[in-house]
Design a protein around this ligand. Structure first.
Ligand code: NAD
Length: 256
């Protein structure tokens, strides 16, 4: 029997990049998986490929910032796959509206851009947590992991202030909820990746990615699978006594 057999995982932003690797890793480990993405074609492609490998998965298209849409997607996932006992809050955006693949300066950023990033990166995690925790409490078991970032802990020149603030806030979200949810058998942790080679990062200036590689003791960008491995550990029985932690997957870039 595989490590995640009998579990049901909902992964947001699962259409590509890190989220797809997390969803694929959970499916390969025996979980039934809902691939949730804003982009229906990406969600469908990723889930179809997993089905072709023999896994029990579904694709759902949802904007995590939309509370009603998230509640509906969680209901659909639970009807199709069973009570969701694993949630990975991975969906996130990092707009590069400053020109040349760079983020806008804080003093030039539009309030709309600020709000959208907070709505997706932070409120999206709140919306998903709110929809799945009642089911987790009922069964007395749950695992929640949220994708923070090294940029939530220190200055990082490729991201905007909205992104840094949202990723730092996810750390407070994680620590607070570890206290509230622990008594119900639910763990919640955050993963803080360094620079990971995904479509999001390929949209930034190449010299910035090269500088990040050189600042990383392991001298490479991370892969989506590097991050998925940490998430799979945190959602497994092996991590039953781990909660409220922020786990860096950054090749030693930031050692705090
Ligand atoms: P990506 O842009 O390659 O993929 C993100 C996926 O999320 C896309 O499929 C996109 O369609 C989906 N998505 C975007 N907005 C959504 C919404 N409102 N609702 C549902 N789905 C939505 O990004 P990635 O590099 O794979 O990053 C995944 C997560 O990891 C993000 O939270 C990101 O902030 C975080 N992260 C990434 C890096 C990195 O270097 N790539 C570093 C630290 C943290």
């Amino acid at each position: 029997m595989s490590s995640h057999t009998g579990h049901v995982a909902l992964i947001t932003g699962a259409g590509r990049g890190i989220g797809r690797a997390i969803a694929d890793a959970h499916a390969a480990a025996g979980a039934r998986v809902a691939y949730v993405d804003y982009d229906p074609a990406l969600a469908e492609q990723a889930a179809t490929a997993a089905k072709a490998r023999g896994h029990d998965v579904i694709a759902l298209s949802t904007d995590v910032a939309n509370e009603e849409a998230v509640a509906l997607a969680c209901r659909r996932a639970a009807e199709a796959l069973g009570t969701i006992d694993i949630l990975v809050n991975n969906a996130g955006i990092s707009p590069k509206t400053g020109g040349d693949g760079k983020r806008a300066h804080a003093w030039e950023m539009s309030p709309d851009e600020w709000r959208r990033v907070i709505d997706v990166n932070l409120t999206g995690a709140f919306n998903c947590m709110r929809s799945v925790v009642p089911g987790m409490r009922e069964i007395g078991h749950g695992r929640i992991v949220s994708l923070s970032s090294v940029a939530g802990k220190t200055y990082c020149d490729i991201v905007g202030v909205h992104y840094a603030a949202s990723k730092a806030a996810l750390i407070g979200f994680t620590k607070h909820l570890a206290g509230e949810l622990g008594p119900y058998g639910i763990t919640i942790n955050a993963v803080a990746p360094g620079r990971i080679d995904t479509p999001l990062v390929r949209g930034t200036a190449p010299e910035a990615n090269e500088a990040a590689r050189l600042a990383t003791p392991l001298r490479r960008l991370g892969s989506p699978e590097d991050v998925a491995n940490m998430c799979l550990f945190l959602t497994s029985d092996a991590a039953a006594f781990v909660t409220g932690q922020v786990c860096d997957v950054a090749g030693g870039w930031l050692m705090t």
